[in-house]
Structure formats: C-alpha cells, structure tokens
Design a protein around this ligand. Structure first.
Ligand code: ZN
Ligand code: CU
Length: 488
C-alpha cells in the first residue's frame, strides 16, 4: 500500500461530469469516477478533489471498457500491439484462441493448414508451448488485456500426421497433456472448430477426452459448432453434451443460421438454448452483421450467396472484389476461382437480418466481433462491431436500451468468461473505462472501406492508462494477461 501525503493527489485520473452506465444493466446515473493506479477507487461527486489529471466527460457515457468475447487477435496482440482496430471501438479486453485455432502451441517446422494460417505472423516467432506465448504477452504487453484459450484444431495439427480421421488414443493422450499445459500457463479454456477441415473428422468423444483437464479447473469449452446451417440443432446438442460430460460451462460462438433455407430458425434455436440453460451453464455470442468471414472455401453451401474476397495469398490484387466478378473475368466457375484464390479469407453474405436481430436481442447473448486482423480489406466487424451495436442497433433501430447494449459487451461477458475485476464500473474494479457520446457513436467501417475507426468514442482507458483520446492512439500499452476465476 502506498501511504498518502498531503501533497500527493489521491487520484491519478479523475473523470468529471459524465453519466455512468455501470455494465450491470442498471439504469444510468450521473457521477464522477476516480482512478488511482490501475484501479477505480471512487464513484460519486468528486469535483474539486486533487488529481494529477482530469478528463471532462460532460455529455458522455462513462462505461466499463468493452470485452470482445470472440476474437482472432492471438498474433495481432504481438505483431500490432497498439490494437487500434479494437481500442478505437472502446474495447479494453479481447478473448483469443477461438474457433479451434490458437497461436500456441505450434511446432517450428510445421506447415499450417487453413484456417490455422489466418493466425500466422511472419513478424513474430512461433510458440512451442502455451507458456511461451503467455510469457511473450507479459514481456511485451499490448494496448489491451487478453484472456487466451487453446484451440483443438491447433493441437490436432501439431500432433496428427493426417487430419482427415479421428485421433488415436495415443494422439488424444498427447493433446490432453497440451490442454493441461495451456491451462497451467493461464489459458481460460479450450475452443473447437469442427466446422473446419482440420477438425471435421474429430468425434464428440475425442473432444471430451482431450478436454478432461478442463473439469477440475471449471475451465470453458467454447465452440464454433460443427454446423450452423441445416444441422444446427444436432450441433447444439453435441455442444451441450460435451459440457455435461465434462461438467463445465460452454460458450456457443457467433450463433447464427446460415443459408436461406434456414432463415428464421433462430425462433427455434433460441428457445432450445434457453431451455438447456435451466440445466447447465451455457452462454453465446454474436456479431452485428448479416455476413460472416472466414477462410476461402470451395463448397457450394458457402458459395451460394454473394462472396467478397478479403485476402488472398496468390492473388492479393483480388482483395475487396466480388468472387463472381473474378470468376467471370477468369472464365471459370466460382468454386474454381475460389480454389485458385486459396489460401486467403472471404466475406460471405449468408444470414438473415431478422435472425441477427433476434439472436442479438436474446437476453443472454454477448457481443463478440470475430474480426480477422489480416490485410487491408477485412470484414468491417473488425473495426465496427461495438459502436454498431451501440449506435445502429441500440439507438437507431431501438433493439434494446443502451444499458442492455453495454451489459452485453461488459458485465455479462466478464461473468460468463470469469474475468473477475472487470466488466463493471465499481470501486475496486480494474480501471478499464470507455467514454462515448450516446448521440453520435456509430461504426464508420463498411464493406468498401472496412478499416475506418468508429465515431463518438471519446476516450479509452486501459488499466488506468489513457490509451485512446481525441480520435488517436496515445501509444500506451498497459494490457494485462487476464485469468479466469469461475464464479461458484
Ligand atoms: Zn468461428
Ligand atoms: Cu471465430
């Protein structure tokens, strides 16, 4: 404890005259917020009290920093540590290692199959243990906090010589040891992506057996489900079954219904999820767009609707163009053009706005961007997710009150992921804070100009350090590695 002297101001930072939305869904109230070091130490009428620095928040909402429930920022935290794509939105914590892919552990010599290569970065070394990854994050902190998970597809790629079959008992044993190592090093859970080729052949039993170390620590099982289209109900069943078998909480990532024949089915999936929630611990997240983005695929189900190329290794000049136009120019079918563009990433327009809104408005749904921090033409969710929910969906569409919108990106997320000390604005909490203008906040990024910073985000404070102010990054890199403390 530091002892106070008369000459030493009690507050390092005093946020004056704002309206607090505290991340619990409680109604907003006017209050000043006092920060000392990396903690919130006072909320109330604090004007006139001595402070090293004050920030004027009149007309602004003062909220807990946003937690991005679903990211692929594993490598970006090290190769682009300012993380402007997220900080500019008010995000102060990201959850990494989603969809079965994580930056660690990897082998130095291995080739990374898609979609693992979406995370590769020539700018940083590969990490052969999860511990080495976490140590690198601590040694060179990013501008925001990270809660990291280990990915099942990554473990498969490390351990298995061929991925098109279920793992053998010996391979399961080795993957289980790697899950144990990751949890020991601070991972908050295990993710799977059985939708993707590297894990498609994995059985439910394989996941349960490698996930055994999760049980004792009550760590999370987080999944990009095997199917988000015709067989979505089977996939939900499989997910809940794994959670019950391991007796741990599960997170359904980016819940959505793909392909036109499934439009409207969120009216069935959500009541099914709500019913299951009565019996086991389940949460879910979504992003506020009708297009998804992932690796370039060649299967018909993915190529049905409009497809926009986001990045392509062999044809970087095609980024930002429609697959249909490229195919016509080359005089080939869309699947052949997609094959020639691999490896790379694309944007797929294959969801229904009514489903997106119904899922987002579902009480328990958290907000996660699922942004892929790669190339010049990413899906706009990378830069726009959080202000889009606040501005477009809460304010303009009126889908839910601003208090609910903030809760879905703060308190709810911190509770579900066990990120204790964050997600609410209260005395004793970490000083992760965002100041935004409720009248002007909005996403500027769109499909043609996808890397524009949001409007209306006035200041972003990470662990007490002002990291974004007046539309610019301050250069602060005060991010911490966040651990999971499960709520009983
Ligand atoms: Zn995913
Ligand atoms: Cu993802």
């Amino acid at each position: 404890m530091t002892s106070l002297t008369a000459t030493e101001p009690y507050f390092d930072l005093l946020i004056l005259g704002g309206t607090v939305i505290d991340g619990t869904k409680a109604p907003r109230f006017d209050a000043d917020v006092g920060i000392r070091g990396d903690k919130i130490v006072a909320i109330g009428a604090l004007r006139g009290q001595p402070a090293r620095r004050t920030v004027d928040a009149s007309g602004l909402i003062v909220a807990p920093g946003f937690i991005d429930a679903h990211t692929h920022d594993d490598q970006a935290l090290l190769s682009q540590p300012d993380m402007s794509c997220k900080v500019s939105q008010g995000v102060t914590t990201v959850v990494t290692g989603n969809c079965g892919i994580s930056a660690a552990p990897l082998r130095e010599d291995m080739d990374l199959p898609m979609p693992l290569s979406l995370l590769d970065s020539p700018a940083t070394d590969r990490f052969t243990t999860f511990k080495a990854y976490v140590e690198a994050l601590r040694r060179t902190p990013a501008a925001l906090n990270v809660a990291a998970m280990v990915g099942h597809s990554t473990l498969r790629a490390v351990v298995m010589p061929e991925l098109g079959r279920p793992a053998t008992a010996d391979e399961i044993e080795r993957m289980r040891a790697m899950v144990e190592e990751a949890l020991e090093a601070g991972a908050i859970g295990l993710s799977t992506g059985m939708f993707y080729p590297p894990a498609m052949a994995a059985t439910t039993e394989e996941v349960i057996e490698i996930g055994r170390p999760l049980t004792q620590r009550k760590s999370l099982y987080v999944t990009h489900m095997r199917d988000e289209a015709d067989h979505v109900m089977d996939s939900l069943e499989e997910t809940f079954h794994i959670g019950r078998a391991l007796d741990i909480p599960v997170v359904v990532s980016h819940h959505k219904l793909q392909n036109s024949q499934n439009f409207g089915r969120s009216a069935v999936t959500l009541p099914f999820i709500a019913e299951a929630m009565k019996h086991q611990c389940i949460s879910l997240d979504c992003y506020p767009y009708t297009a998804g983005s992932t690796m370039i695929r060649t299967d018909k189900g993915m190529l049905d609707g409009r497809v926009l190329i986001a990045s392509s290794e062999p044809h970087p000049e095609c980024a930002g163009r429609d697959l249909a136009d490229i195919a016509a120019e080359w005089g080939v079918a869309k699947d052949e053009a997609a094959r020639r563009l691999q490896p790379g990433s694309a944007i797929y327009f294959q969801m229904d706005e009514n489903d997106v809104q119904r899922i987002m408005a579902f009480d328990e749904t958290m907000i996660g961007s699922d942004g892929i921090p790669l190339g010049d033409k990413p899906h706009p969710r990378l830069w726009g997710t959080f202000p889009r929910v606040l501005g477009h969906y809460s304010r303009d569409v009126g889908l839910f009150p601003l208090e609910t919108a903030v809760w879905k990106m703060t308190g709810l997320t911190a509770r579900n992921f066990g990120l204790s000390g964050r997600g609410t604005l209260a005395v004793g909490q970490q000083a992760d804070v965002v100041l935004f203008d409720p009248a002007t906040v909005r996403d500027a990024a769109n499909y043609t100009t996808p890397t524009l910073p949001a409007e209306g985000i006035a200041s972003v404070i990470v662990n007490g350090s002002i990291t974004w102010a007046d539309g610019l990054h301050t250069g602060a890199r005060a991010g911490q590695v966040v651990h999971r403390i499960p709520t009983p």
